[in-house]
Design a protein around this ligand. Structure first.
Ligand code: SAM
Length: 203
């Protein structure tokens, strides 16, 4: 299990996340980041090339050492990037110390996602923004049926990814108000491809 989780799984995660269909989501979401940015679960660093001014600094949080090593080798933007090997459930940053928090396809996997969202809210400036693109619970009953049934097995092989998390209500329950959200299926198997893209501010 150790070799699978430590070596194989990070490679599989990197391969899956290189899907070209995800690129337009990355461009749109990262393109609206500003100031001092905390990216949650940066993985192998696939968002890094999309950061532009007015971003001034990127704090790249990732608990998996293998993925941190891969992200260090990814193409970097012009602003400074600092890596933080930690979990989103306990972010080692001061209250109100970042302008933007970015999460792309991590809320499906973070074990204590509600705690992590509380931490994201804590570190955000009162006027800051949470930018997100996530897959999650679909609106269609038949797709939800499959999401609920597939999640236990999917979780085991994918390193903890849940197909059926209600992303919008999780974000709002953590004390954010959504100021933009777009949802819809991306091409691909429907249980895995219902996307939530948008931004939210601390209440
Ligand atoms: C599907 S990958 C997405 C990677 C990256 N965000 C991207 O868009 O390519 C999920 C990521 O969440 C990270 N992750 C898992 N548990 C986490 C936690 N407790 N705190 C922060 N990140 C976590 C994983 O290590 C992995 O990098």
């Amino acid at each position: 299990m150790g070799f699978y989780c430590d070596v194989i799984l990070p490679r599989l995660c990197d391969l899956a996340m290189r899907n070209q269909r995800l690129q337009p989501y990355r461009e749109r979401v990262i393109g609206t980041a500003e100031g001092r940015v905390l990216e949650i679960g940066i993985g192998s660093g696939l968002n890094l090339p999309f950061y532009r001014a007015p971003v001034t600094q990127i704090l790249a949080l990732e608990p998996a050492p293998k993925l941190v090593a891969m992200a260090r080798r990814a193409p970097h933007p012009s602003m400074p990037v600092s890596f933080i090997e930690a979990s989103a459930e306990a972010i080692p940053l001061d209250n109100h110390s970042v302008d933007t928090v970015v999460t792309t396809w991590t809320l499906c996997t973070i074990p204590q996602a509600a705690t992590a969202l509380g931490e994201m809210r804590r570190v955000l400036q009162p006027g800051g923004r949470l930018l997100f693109v996530e897959h999650g619970l679909a609106p269609d009953v038949s797709v939800r049926w499959w999401q609920d049934r597939l999640t236990p097995a999917w979780c085991c092989v994918s390193g903890g990814c849940h197909l059926n998390r209600p992303i919008r209500s999780m974000i709002e329950a953590a004390g954010f108000r959504t100021d933009r959200i777009e949802t819809g299926y991306m091409p691909g198997p429907r249980p895995m491809s219902f996307m939530y893209e948008g931004s939210a501010r601390p209440n």
